[in-house]
Design a protein around this ligand. Structure first.
Ligand SMILES: [Zn+2]
Length: 400
């Protein structure tokens, strides 16, 4: 068994009960995992600290100038997999090991980070660590409670941390480039037999709650041509939204919740509420998808005699990765004889926070059957190893 595989297995052992890996933000399991990881980093001669936002930062302070930062997260969703996030951190540590083995003498510092609370499972404080690291003001979150009623302030207090001092974690000004290795969490690489996905952009997303209002009436006595059926209009809308996404490369659209009022077999539905989630890797693509869907919804409402109300629930712009780093990662893959393909990431990552501040790059390795956030998440030891080697080659190119 290789060193990376051994590290991945050892890390997976830090888990709460149940299937898969459960290592929530600010939990005792995560604390134990940090203690173990800090030891592994120190064995490689790195300086380790856990900062004010709960990020574990390991520094190889050598050379001069802004650091090359590698990282990801080791918190998980409940009963998640052992690769999501973990590979980016343990792969980064392995990359340090490889740089040493290859005799690379970095002209710039090389840092490794495990960001706190990427997953957003416990306190609705997504990307807390990376956002603090980048200097975002996250004050006033201390009262947020988890499902057991524990506040963020209490959970952080158990780690000797105070939410109001998260700003002390700001270190982005000392960083020149950010690189994140991650599992794909989708099926594209596996389907194409490709070793490495090079992320061009992390998708932007727009969410809506749509309310379609027609006329509740008797299902048997109301002639078909006189009906204003909210569900029939919503059903047409669902298909129109799907067609809008299908007509555009890389776009996705999802209606995940639909509620029908009054919801009776002999009553024409008077009100229908649905959620809409739209994603695309470019700002222009997202705007086109957004405009196209809204126009289709309005047209259908008009044709069906319905009133359409739309409330925007979220809007996050796409995060383009650095073009320079895309080419650098492709070159690194070529050195390792790995096949590589450019692709957008449909999932959010710490890299999208970092990308607003420094050139950021992401490389993905295949997820078996595209499964993630599940105990069945799997990437083979050789695929993990190859990802870490390509990461190390990319870092070597940046620091040489
Ligand atoms: Zn992740």
């Amino acid at each position: 068994m290789g060193e990376l595989e051994r590290d991945m297995e050892a890390l997976a052992a830090f888990t709460d009960r149940g299937a898969g890996v459960t290592r929530l933000a600010w939990s005792p399991e995560l604390r134990s995992a940090y203690d173990w990881l800090a030891g592994r980093c120190r064995q490689l001669g790195l300086d380790v600290e856990v900062d004010a936002a709960g990020n574990l930062l390991a520094r190889w302070d050598t050379g001069r100038g802004p650091a090359v930062l590698m990282g990801s997260h080791i918190d998980t969703v409940p009963q998640g997999g052992r690769f999501d996030g973990a590979l980016g951190v343990m792969g980064g540590l392995h990359a340090v090991r490889l740089l040493r083995k290859w005799g690379v003498a970095p002209r710039r510092p090389v840092w490794l980070v495990a960001f706190m609370d990427e997953e957003n499972t416990r306190f609705n404080t997504a990307l807390f660590g990376s956002r603090s690291f980048c200097g975002e003001d996250l004050g006033g979150l201390g009262d947020r409670r988890d499902a057991d009623g524990v506040t963020l302030a209490e959970a952080m207090g158990a780690w000797g941390r105070d939410p109001e001092r998260h700003g002390e974690a700001r270190r982005i000004d000392d960083v020149g480039h950010y690189l994140e290795l991650h599992v794909e969490q989708g099926p594209s690489l596996g389907a194409g037999g490709t070793d490495i996905g090079v992320v061009t952009s992390i998708v932007g997303l727009v969410g809506y709650r749509a309310r379609v209002t027609g006329q509740t009436n008797h299902a048997g006595t109301t002639p078909m041509r006189l009906r204003r059926d909210a569900l029939a209009g919503a059903a047409r809308s669902v298909l129109a939204i799907r067609d809008q996404a299908r007509a555009r490369e890389d776009a996705t659209a999802n209606v995940g919740v639909i509620q029908v009022v009054p919801g009776s077999s002999n009553v024409i539905p008077g009100i229908c509420e649905l959620t809409i989630d739209l994603r695309a890797p470019s700002a222009a693509g997202l705007r086109e998808l957004d405009d196209g869907c809204l126009a289709a919804l309005r047209a259908i409402a008009g044709e069906e005699g319905l009133v359409l109300e739309l409330a925007e629930t979220y809007r996050v712009p796409p995060a383009p990765m650095s073009g320079e780093l895309v080419e650098l990662i492709e070159g690194a893959a070529a050195i390792e004889g790995a096949s590589a393909a450019r692709m957008p990431s449909g999932a959010g990552h710490d890299a999208m926070v970092l990308a607003a501040h420094v050139p950021a790059g992401m490389l993905l390795v295949p997820s078996r059957d595209g499964v993630s956030h599940s105990p069945d998440e799997y990437t083979s030891p050789s695929q993990c190893e190859l990802g870490a080697r390509v990461l190390a080659r990319a870092v070597a190119a940046l620091v040489s």
